[in-house]
Write a protein that binds this ligand. Structure first.
Ligand code: CTP
Length: 408
């Protein structure tokens, strides 16, 4: 998505600059064309050589040392996005006051006069961050349309605790991708379910499945960076919470049903990526079942059905809401998925054949079919789950558009 996108990365003199090296690497991995600009103080922390090697581009330095006197115009003009990470209190102060006394602030001042998004990742000591002048500068810059990411709260390099820690490189990258994509889900509320459910037999044993939750987590993460307000209802997974979303944890299909129904009323889109157990033990014992209590060597487990959450929701008044389901199949993928699309009255079903290599559970890639009513099937190639999430959300964006706009 960032392939060949020219990004101007401003680096100022804050300790968090070490994270900017990783950010440069991540941007390059995404195919972005990165042009770094370092202030004099930034160079006291790290040599430009590191950024030159990572970005594979010459690092622009202050005018006096630069080979091109018009670097600020040339580079600002070329950039599709200007990022400053770390943005120190000093940089915020100068930028908010229109001071342009070095190459970076000159570029920013020039950039603000053009329709290029500017993203700042503030980083400083907690007391400095709380300083009313810094807060006022941030407010002012935001009022002018400058975007910010972070800062996070936590342990700071100086040993203090509090707000001021620069956002992690992955979070900054996500924001950059969102900006590059145009925030086409901004103002939308999306509810995503993910992961397996766990149905207890007793306090120790459960019935569950092999879902890792990755597909749903990617959907939540990508939807948030495209501007949506996202709530993720998740079964037990090993995954970290994606930044900027509300995470609700559940265990059983019953709990998932309760939470989904509760949150569905305030959502415009429900993406049901959870691998819901279809059955649960008829009896869940409050105490651990002892094997000595078993009379026969073979023991029968009595099961009962769990509610089909998506089906029940699809039978309620829809009021313009969009329902997206998943179908994990091991044979006859398309006919089975089509049957589910109709039975659950969905706007879109994402079907995959879990027996194919690189598809389905516990892998980071997926090969899916996007199937929409009445029987339109699009086969996607093998993609990363992040890319699959992008494609699914592209469809959601299209469905959300009013009918007449879709035709034109
Ligand atoms: N689903 C649900 N509640 C269930 C089971 C499934 O809401 N009790 C949802 C899933 O989250 C998915 C879709 O329904 O979006 C299809 O799930 P899947 O397990 O593929 O199909 P089932 O309807 O359970 O049918 P089967 O297991 O027989 O293939």
């Amino acid at each position: 998505m960032l392939k060949d996108t020219p990004i101007l990365l401003g680096l100022t003199g804050g300790i968090a600059i070490y994270k900017s090296a990783e950010l440069t690497r991540l941007l390059r991995r995404e195919g972005a064309e990165v042009h770094c600009v370092m202030t004099r103080n930034a160079r006291r922390f790290i040599s430009p050589l590191l950024f030159e090697a990572l970005a594979q581009n010459r690092v622009a330095l202050d005018e006096s040392e630069s080979a091109h006197p018009f670097d600020h115009i040339r580079l600002s003009e070329k950039a599709r996005l200007i990022v400053v990470a770390p943005a120190t209190a000093n940089l915020l102060g100068k930028f908010a006051s229109g001071i342009a006394d070095d190459l970076l602030t000159t570029m920013l001042t020039y950039g603000l006069g053009r329709p290029v998004p500017i993203l700042l990742a503030p980083a400083m000591n907690a007391s400095m961050y709380r300083n009313p002048a810094v807060q006022e500068n941030l407010r002012r810059l935001k009022k002018w349309g400058v975007l910010t990411v972070g800062p996070d709260s936590g342990e700071l390099a100086c040993g203090d605790e509090g707000p001021g820690r620069m956002a992690e490189p992955e979070e900054i990258l996500d924001r950059i991708k969102g900006i590059a994509h145009g925030l086409d889900l901004s103002g939308r509320t999306i509810l995503v379910t993910a992961g397996p459910t766990r149905e207890p037999l007793d306090p120790v044993r459960v019935l569950s499945n092999r879902s890792s939750g990755r597909m749903g987590y990617e959907l939540a993460r990508v939807a948030a960076r495209r501007g949506a307000r996202v709530t993720l209802i998740s079964g037990p997974t090993q995954l970290p919470a994606p930044p900027g979303i509300d995470l609700v944890r559940i265990e059983t299909a019953e709990e998932l049903k309760k939470k989904t129904e509760e949150l569905y009323s305030s959502a415009q889109v429900l993406v049901m990526a959870a691998a819901v157990a279809d059955f649960r033990p008829r009896h869940s014992h409050p105490q651990k079942q002892k094997k000595s209590e078993q009379k026969a060597a073979d023991r029968l487990l009595e099961l009962t059905s769990t509610p089909d959450i998506l089906k029940e929701i699809s039978q309620k008044p829809r009021r313009g809401r969009i329902l997206v389901g998943f179908a994990a199949e091991s044979e006859k993928t398309i006919p089975h998925a089509l049957a589910k699309l109709r039975a659950k009255n969905l706007d879109l079903i994402v079907a995959n054949d879990i027996s194919r290599p690189g598809s389905g559970f516990e892998v980071s890639t997926n090969q899916v079919y996007l199937i929409s009513p009445p029987d339109k099937v699009e086969e996607l190639p093998l993609l990363s789950k992040e890319e699959v999430a992008e494609r699914i959300l592209d469809r959601v964006v299209k469905i959300l558009q009013p009918r007449h706009a879709r035709k034109t």
